[in-house]
Ligand binder design. Structure first.
Ligand code: BDP
Length: 622
């Protein structure tokens, strides 16, 4: 009896110790450099089929599931669990993933990290039964140094717990009372809240004295290209050099690290600019140490280009550029929101096929491969945070949590994506509003409106402090506050006149958008972009006269908006909503659980509108 109670007490204590043990919070700085393979650095991609178990009562931690799953099923990583298991389509609570791997013995002596490229929404990691770290937030990577957790010469168990509870204190928001989208699952946005390890999980090794971050700040003086290269290292007082290679150039500049940082300014005579017709990339190689003793090295490719605005246009390398393209989603049958290089390539090929030159990463940062491809292929990207369904009034505690999430997202996104020439503008948020209920802002007091503006302004300030080389905007919703455009470089609006408002009447819709953008331009004297416009079209559905939900109506509405844009010299871009049909939560206005505003179907077949855009945009190509 005594023995039994001592045993119970002991296991309780061990248990308490386990629960109380600290999960480190991920440090955004650890994701700044994408893992690469070279002679100092290694990668092991853990993509494959993992063990998986649902934990609807959140009992797993108490039952030590981190020591190994029993009664599990198999799941593909990367992948969204909602697509792989029909019985878990709408499930958003806790699940557990497990895999095992050896770590190559050649990595001994280095620092070993785990990098999860996306766990939507919150994740905890255990290695070999020991708690490692915690991260909250979707669509962006996080990493932990796991060197001290590794078992050498034997298999290592990696367990990750993930949950995707939809909540008003998270971003994107969910379960918002009075929110705009009455849907199931109750996300406060229409794309399906796909959950899980949607992108790859990697192990990688780096030297102890290493490069932690490289920021390349491009500029131009006459024909002289400028690159300010900021190198951050773990080694407080090291030396090294930067080599710029490309276009018959081989420019070397030494540096000395002070307090973990060095700034190298490089001039490139007769620079070859990164442009849409010639997306030339220089190779920037940073070497830490000297030729006899290279401690670490990292090579990235980036371009020299400038982005600016005047009162009417966006200028790329000083020349006006019209942004034509789409908002899209990471979305495909079976894959859900998980990454696939085939899809990344296919989508860019189709966008080029219709003559587009730009897309916005609606409504979250995409898998990194998208940006590398756009750099190489000469395509423009507006990089968006996961800030969708944001509002800035109501419960203060929830607002503070959302603001903290946004702050982290902005930091993670810019750290990860800052060196891509393809990204010309950051989009701080999609359709933020003063209040959760669309169009109800009149019910809040003037002070509350001012307070909401100040909160939103904080996000802009953060972006501008972190990156002074790109344009910054947000995308405004119909009936949302327009005074917030004071913060932006470009006025970006999503408009559905002729669809949600004045439905069926394209002519009226075109008149309204025309008047509205005239008014906005007069008020702010900034270039205007319509970042969303479009209509649902059920592929194969036709009518002689354009009628809602037919391919004809979609095409005619897109045409009418593009005609309006062509008639105004201050419209600097038009992005059709959407590139392809995509899965949504179930909702009265989402037939079959799909948003059908794609000009391609979900499996990437062109509707009439795609053919129309191809005619119009390839002809208009300069
Ligand atoms: C816009 C949202 C977008 C939706 C779109 C629509 O930004 O995410 O999918 O409406 O209703 O307001 O199709």
């Amino acid at each position: 009896m005594k023995l039994k109670s001592t045993f119970l007490l002991l296991s309780l204590l061990i248990g308490m110790e386990m629960f109380a043990s600290d999960f480190k919070i991920a440090d955004p700085k650890d994701i700044a450099l994408r893992p690469i393979q070279n002679s100092q650095r290694n990668i092991l991609d853990l993509s494959g089929v993992w063990k998986f178990k649902k934990d609807s009562t959140n009992i797993g931690e108490q039952e030590y599931w981190f020591k190994g799953l029993t009664d599990y099923r198999s799941i593909a990583v990367p992948g969204s669990w909602n697509e792989q298991f029909s019985d878990m389509r709408d499930y958003m609570d806790w699940v557990w993933y497990e895999t095992e791997t050896y770590v190559p013995s050649s990595w001994k002596g280095q620092h070993i990290f785990i990098r999860v490229n996306d766990a939507t929404y919150a994740a905890k990691i255990w290695i070999n039964g020991k708690p490692v770290g915690y991260h909250e937030g979707c669509h962006l990577p996080f990493a932990f140094d796991i060197s001290s957790f590794i078992n050498w010469d034997e298999s290592n168990r990696i367990v990750i717990q993930v949950e995707n509870q939809l909540s008003p204190d998270r971003v994107p928001t969910g379960n918002v009372s009075g929110g705009s989208f009455e849907s199931f699952p109750k996300a406060n946005y229409d794309f399906f809240p796909y959950a899980g390890l949607n992108r790859s999980v990697l192990l990688y090794s780096v030297p102890t004295d290493r490069i932690k971050d490289i920021t390349v700040i491009p500029g131009l003086e006459e024909k002289m290209g400028l690159m300010d290269i900021v190198v951050e290292t773990t080694d407080k007082a090291a030396k090294g050099k930067v080599i710029i290679l490309g276009d018959d150039k081989n420019i070397e500049a030494p540096f000395k690290v002070k307090n973990g940082k060095a700034v190298v300014s490089i001039k490139i005579p007769n620079v070859r600019m990164w442009d849409l017709n010639d997306p030339f990339l220089y190779s920037v190689k940073v070497i830490l140490g000297d030729d006899r003793d290279i401690k670490d090295q990292y090579e990235l490719k980036t371009g020299v280009r400038t982005v600016s605005v005047d009162d009417k246009q966006i200028l790329l390398n000083g020349k006006p550029i019209f942004l034509k393209g789409f908002g899209k989603h990471e979305d495909f049958p079976v894959l859900g929101r998980s990454s696939s290089n085939s899809l990344v390539v296919k989508d860019l090929e189709l966008m080029k096929w219709v003559g587009a030159n730009c897309y916005r990463t609606t409504h979250y940062p995409y898998d990194e491969e998208n940006y590398y491809l756009a750099d190489q292929e000469g395509f423009l990207i507006i990089g968006e945070t996961p800030g969708v369904g944001l509002y800035f009034t109501g419960d203060k505690e929830q607002l503070d949590k959302r603001q903290a999430a946004m702050k982290r997202y902005i930091e993670e996104m810019i750290l990860r994506d800052k060196n891509h020439p393809s990204i010309v503008m950051w989009c701080v948020a999609n359709e933020p509003n003063e209040i959760a209920q669309l169009g109800q802002a009149t019910i809040i007091a003037k002070e509350e409106k001012e307070q909401a503006y100040l909160e939103f302004e904080k996000l802009f300030t953060q972006v501008r402090e972190m990156d002074k080389t790109r344009l910054v905007s947000y995308v405004g919703v119909m009936m949302g506050p327009t005074n917030w455009f004071a913060l932006t470089d470009v006025i970006c609006i999503n408009r559905y006149w002729g669809w949600y408002s004045t439905p069926g009447n394209i002519e009226q819709g075109a008149k309204t958008i025309s008047l509205e953008i005239d008014r906005l331009h007069r008020k702010f004297n900034k270039p205007v972009m319509v970042t969303e416009f479009g209509a649902d079209a059920y592929a194969g559905f036709h009518s002689d006269q354009p009628e809602m939900f037919t391919e004809e109506y979609q095409k005619e509405l897109i045409k009418a908006y593009l005609d309006v844009a062509d008639s105004k010299d201050f419209v600097t871009g038009m992005l059709v909503w959407n590139f392809a049909d995509f899965k949504t939560s179930q909702n009265l206005i989402r037939f079959g659980g799909y948003n059908l505003k794609g000009v391609f179907t979900r499996d990437r077949r062109p509707k009439m509108a795609a053919h129309y855009l191809r005619e119009r945009w390839t002809e208009h190509k300069d």
